[in-house]
Design a protein around this ligand. Structure first.
Ligand SMILES: [Zn+2]
Length: 653
C-alpha cells in the first residue's frame, strides 16, 4: 500500500494541479535554506521583498522588475527564490545572466547547485553527471523547461535560447557590447518575444553612474522607494544616509561607537536606535513616484538591511574609511560605498574637477536688479526642447572674466499659451531686455545663439532665419573627435535645403575646455580676475543647476586613427546648463570673429569712459589676446534695436 501512495498522489496531482501560490507565499511555505539568513525564509526579516515577489509571481501582469539594492538587503535571495519557484511550478525556461563567465561558474557552484537539495526541488533536476547534456554548469534541465546561465560577454550564448524568464544580475557591470547587437540588457527582451505578455524580466544591480543601464531603467520605472514610519513621531520617510549620526570613532572597536538614526522631521529630530529597525521595516510600504508605469522599480539602500545582517555601525565604519581615502585623493572606496551600500550612482569627479558644494559656496550676492560692473558684453544661448527653451545669459568682462547673469526656462512648445504667444515670443522679450549695471549703464544682449540640432529644428530655423542675423545665430554643436575644431568656425555655413538659411558650427569640446578651465580657476582669497567665472546667489542657481553644469568629465579616448585625445563624456542625463554655457561662450567668439567685440567692449565700459578698476598686467595681456584675434574694424553702438523696431510686435505684449 505504501508503494502505491506516491503513484496515487501523482495521479491526483495530475487530475487537480496544485494551486499556484504567489511567490512570497510559496517562499514562506517551502523555502528552508541557508541562502536565506537564519536558514529559513522569514518574511518578517525582509518585509520589503513581498511586493517585489508579487510582481514576479505567476499571473502578475508585471513584465519588468528593476531592483537597485544595497549589499545585504535582498537581491540574491530574491532571484534565487524566484528561480526555485519557476522550477517548482515548471513555468518554462529561466535564463540567468551575470557579467562574466567566471562569475557565472562561481555562482552556479556556490549558490545554485546547493538548491537541488531543497525538499521542494529534490528529483526535479537531472543529476550532475559529466557526460549528461541535461545537467552541465551552464544548462540544467527540469520538468517543463531548463535553466541556462551565461555571461554578458558571450553574444552567442545570449542569443542561443528562447526563454520565458530572465534574471540579469549586476547589470551595470555587464560588457559594454555583446557583439554587434549592443549590451546584454537590450538583448534579453528579444529572447522572450514568443511568450508575449507573460514573459518576465528581473534586473538587479547596484548602480555605478547615472548614465549606467540600471539607473536609466530605474528612471523609466515606477521608481519605488520603501517608506518606514518613525517610531517616535510616526512620520513616514525614506531612510537617508544624511540622517545617520554617531559619536566616537567608527574606525575603532564597535562597542565604543554609539550610532543612531535621527528623524529628520523638524518637530521630532528623535533618536532612533537600530533595534527599532525590525518594527519599522514591518510597518513600511513601497511608495512609487510613478504608480501608473507598467515597469516596476524598487530601490533600497543597505540602511534597510535587516537586524543581524549589515548594521548601521558597519556602514559608519565603511564610510569613515572611504572618506579618509577620498581626502587623500583615492575616490575608489567612496565610489564602492556609495554604489553598493547606499545604492546610489556616484559621479566621477576627477582631481581637476570642481565639486558642486564648492561651486555652491562660491556664489556671490550682487545688488538686487543690477549686474556687476565688470561686465561689458552680454550673450545669450538657447537650448531648444520639445516643451521649453533653456536660456542662459552670461556677461563677459576683460580678460575672459565672466558672470552667469540669468538662466531662464521658458515653458512652451508647439502650442501657444492663453495669451496666444509662443515660447519664441517670450524669447524675443528676453532678447530685448536691458540689464542695468551697478553703475547705471544698461547693457543689451549683444548676440543670441539658438541650437538648431536639438528638438524642433524647423521651429528653430524659422526663428533664426526671421531675425537680424547679427543678433540671432543658429548653430549646430559638434563633438565628433575625428579632427580638432575651433570653438566656432570662422565662416558661417548655408543650408540650401532651407532657403539659404545661415548657421554656424560650434566645437563643443574646445568650448567646454575653456569653461572647465574657468571653473577651476578660483582663489577664494582673491575671487575673480582673468578667466574666472562668477555665479549669483539666486534661487535657480542651486545644487541641481550646478550638477548640470558639471555633468560631464574629461576622459582619454583613442580616435579611429589611433590617436589618444581627451574628450568630454556625459555622466549625467541632463546637462543643458553646460551646453548653453558652451554656446554662450561660442557667441562671445562669434562677436570676435565678426569684428564687433572691441566696439562692444569699449561701449560697454564704465559710464565716465574710464575702466571701473585699474587692470593688472594679466588683465591687459589677456585682453589684448582676446581682442587681437578678431578683425577689429567696426564699432557697434550699445543699443542696436533696429531689427526689433522693424519687426511687427507680437500680441499680448
Ligand atoms: Zn520622528
Amino acid at each position: 500500500m505504501s508503494d502505491l501512495a506516491p503513484i496515487v498522489a501523482s495521479f491526483y496531482r495530475g487530475l487537480c494541479p496544485p494551486k499556484v501560490l504567489p511567490l512570497d507565499e510559496f517562499a514562506r511555505r517551502f523555502l528552508e535554506s541557508p541562502i536565506f539568513k537564519g536558514g529559513r525564509y522569514d518574511p518578517s526579516l525582509t518585509p520589503y521583498v513581498i511586493e517585489i515577489m508579487h510582481c514576479l509571481s505567476i499571473g502578475s501582469p508585471v513584465r519588468n522588475v528593476t531592483a537597485i539594492a544595497g549589499t545585504q538587503t535582498f537581491k540574491t535571495a530574491l532571484g534565487l527564490a524566484w528561480l526555485i519557484y519557476v522550477i517548482y511550478y515548471s513555468d518554462h525556461e529561466f535564463m540567468h545572466v551575470r557579467p562574466k563567465l567566471e562569475s557565472v561558474r562561481q555562482f552556479v557552484r556556490q549558490r545554485i547547485d546547493p538548491l537541488w537539495t531543497l525538499p521542494c526541488l529534490v528529483g526535479r533536476v537531472a543529476p550532475p553527471r559529466s557526460r549528461s547534456k541535461a545537467n552541465t554548469v551552464q544548462l540544467k534541465q527540469y520538468d517543463g523547461g531548463f535553466l541556462f546561465c551565461c555571461g554578458t560577454h558571450a553574444p552567442d550564448d545570449l542569443a542561443a535560447h528562447t526563454v520565458k524568464n530572465t534574471w540579469q544580475d549586476e547589470v551595470d557591470r555587464e560588457e559594454p557590447s555583446a557583439g554587434k547587437e549592443g549590451p546584454a540588457h537590450g538583448l534579453l527582451p528579444r529572447r522572450t518575444t514568443s511568450y508575449g505578455a507573460t514573459a518576465k524580466h528581473l534586473w538587479t544591480s547596484s548602480p555605478t553612474v547615472e548614465s549606467g543601464p540600471i539607473w536609466q531603467m530605474w528612471l523609466g520605472s515606477s521608481q519605488g522607494e520603501y517608506h518606514v514610519p518613525c517610531p517616535l513621531c510616526g512620520r513616514s520617510q525614506v531612510l537617508r544616509w544624511e540622517c545617520l549620526r554617531w559619536t566616537g570613532d567608527p574606525r575603532g572597536p564597535a562597542d565604543e561607537l554609539d550610532c543612531w538614526y535621527e528623524c529628520p522631521a523638524p518637530d521630532c529630530k528623535g533618536r532612533i536606535d537600530e533595534w527599532r529597525k525590525a518594527g519599522m521595516l514591518a510597518a513600511g510600504t513601497w511608495v512609487h513616484a510613478h504608480p501608473n508605469r507598467p515597469d516596476r522599480g524598487f530601490r533600497l539602500s543597505s540602511l534597510y538591511s535587516p537586524p543581524g545582517w549589515l548594521s548601521w555601525k558597519d556602514m559608519a565604519k565603511e564610510y569613515a574609511l572611504a572618506a579618509d581615502a577620498y581626502k587623500l585623493g583615492d575616490p575608489e572606496p567612496m565610489r564602492i560605498f556609495r554604489n553598493t551600500s547606499l545604492a546610489e550612482p556616484f559621479e566621477p569627479t576627477g582631481a581637476d574637477e570642481v565639486p558642486v558644494n564648492v561651486l555652491l559656496a562660491r556664489r556671490e550676492s550682487w545688488l538686487e536688479d543690477a549686474i556687476p560692473e565688470g561686465i561689458r558684453v552680454l550673450t545669450c544661448a538657447v537650448d531648444v526642447h520639445d516643451e521649453r527653451l533653456d536660456c542662459h545669459v552670461i556677461g563677459y568682462g576683460l580678460a575672459g572674466e565672466r558672470w552667469t547673469i540669468d538662466y531662464r526656462v521658458i515653458p512652451g512648445g508647439p502650442v501657444p499659451d492663453e495669451f496666444s504667444r509662443f515660447d519664441w515670443d517670450y524669447l524675443d522679450d528676453l532678447r530685448r531686455e536691458r540689464f542695468r549695471r551697478a553703475d547705471g549703464v544698461e547693457l543689451p544682449i549683444a548676440i543670441t545663439l539658438v541650437d538648431l540640432g536639438g528638438h524642433r529644428t524647423d521651429d528653430a530655423y524659422k526663428y533664426t532665419r526671421s531675425r537680424n542675423p547679427r543678433q540671432v545665430v543658429g548653430i549646430f554643436g559638434r563633438d565628433d573627435h575625428t579632427h580638432p575644431r575651433p570653438v566656432v568656425e570662422r565662416q558661417a555655413r548655408t543650408d540650401e535645403k532651407r532657403r539659404g538659411a545661415k548657421y554656424r558650427i560650434v566645437g563643443t569640446d574646445p568650448a567646454k575646455k575653456n569653461l572647465f578651465a574657468c571653473l577651476r580657476n578660483w582663489d577664494p582669497k582673491r575671487p575673480g580676475g582673468p578667466n574666472t567665472w562668477h555665479f549669483p546667489l539666486r534661487d535657480w542657481c542651486d545644487n541641481e543647476w550646478f550638477k548640470q553644469l558639471t555633468g560631464e568629465h574629461e576622459e582619454w579616448v583613442t580616435t579611429k586613427r589611433g590617436r589618444r585625445q581627451r574628450i568630454y563624456v556625459q555622466h549625467r542625463h541632463d546637462n543643458h546648463v553646460l551646453d548653453t554655457a558652451a554656446y554662450s561662450y561660442a557667441g562671445f567668439r562669434v562677436l570676435e570673429i565678426e569684428g564687433r567685440l572691441r566696439g562692444l567692449m569699449n561701449s560697454g565700459a564704465c559710464n565716465d569712459g574710464k575702466r571701473s578698476r585699474p587692470p593688472g598686467r594679466a588683465d591687459r595681456d589677456a585682453d589684448e589676446q582676446v581682442l587681437d584675434g578678431g578683425r577689429l574694424d567696426r564699432l557697434l553702438g550699445r543699443n542696436d534695436p533696429v531689427s526689433d523696431r522693424a519687426r511687427p510686435q507680437t500680441s499680448g505684449r
